[in-house]
Ligand binder design. Structure first.
Ligand code: FES
Length: 234
């Protein structure tokens, strides 16, 4: 298979070392269809074993490999190098998160926000003998929000966390709406109270960047606006 050489300009940093962040370049032979993640794995295996990045499934399912690729937040495992149409590929950590090392960021605060919206079903009736079924028509509103893989891409492109680090963010608010829209859930009032503060749905700038970047088609802004409407009409 024909290979072409690309330059990967990767943001390197190791805050624990005290060294200043830098950009390090690597020349990589890229074959047709190779993804950015595969290129990073090649760099790590053949050129520099100290390069740190995160991945697991390699198939756009686990959400581990979101990063900044040529200035756009994307999953490295589903971004083909040839499709980027540049000879020099810049790669950096996903914005709005603290960098731990190179392309690995601290997702702890992001997951804390997910937990803060109580992402579990809270029905009024006792558990049935088997599962709680829902008919497709009644599930349709919540369904797109259930596809979130917690990759944090939406949080990475959102303009709000930079000025308000406490902002719950598009991923958590989309998860919140997934349960608000679930016909089996009965905790609407309690749920609305969870996102009613200054760091909740009112903080959203409604720029729709989160909707455009989501690799799974989750529409956080739409859910945020629907939640605001519920608040106004309760
Ligand atoms: S490695 Fe799992 S989403 Fe990319």
């Amino acid at each position: 298979m024909k290979a072409t050489t690309f330059t990967f300009a990767i943001e390197r940093s190791d805050p624990k070392s005290g060294e200043a962040p830098r950009v390090q370049q690597y020349e990589v032979e890229v074959t047709e269809g190779m993804t950015v993640l595969e290129a990073l794995l090649r760099i790590q295996a053949e050129l520099d074993g100290s390069l740190a990045f995160r991945y697991a499934c390699r198939g756009a399912v686990c959400g581990s490999c979101a990063m900044l690729i040529n200035g756009e937040v994307a999953l490295a495992c589903r971004t083909q190098v040839n499709g980027l149409w540049t000879d020099v590929i810049s790669v950096g950590p996903i914005p709005n998160h603290r960098v731990l090392k190179d392309l690995v960021v601290d997702l702890g605060p992001f997951f804390d926000k997910d937990l803060a919206v109580e992402p579990w079903l809270q029905p009024a009736d006792p558990p049935p003998e088997s599962e709680r079924l829902v008919v497709p028509d009644e599930w349709a509103e919540a369904e797109p929000y259930a596809n979130c893989i917690l990759c944090a891409s939406c949080h990475g492109v959102c303009p709000v966390p930079e000025r308000d680090p406490e902002y719950l963010g598009p991923a958590a608010l989309a998860k919140h709406y997934r349960f608000l829209a679930d016909p089996r859930d009965a905790a609407d009032e309690e749920r609305l109270a969870l996102v009613d503060g200054e760091h909740g749905v009112s903080a959203c700038d409604t720029v729709w960047k989160c909707v455009r970047v989501c690799p799974k088609g989750v529409p956080p802004t739409k859910g945020i606006l629907a939640t605001r409407e519920r608040m106004e009409t309760r």
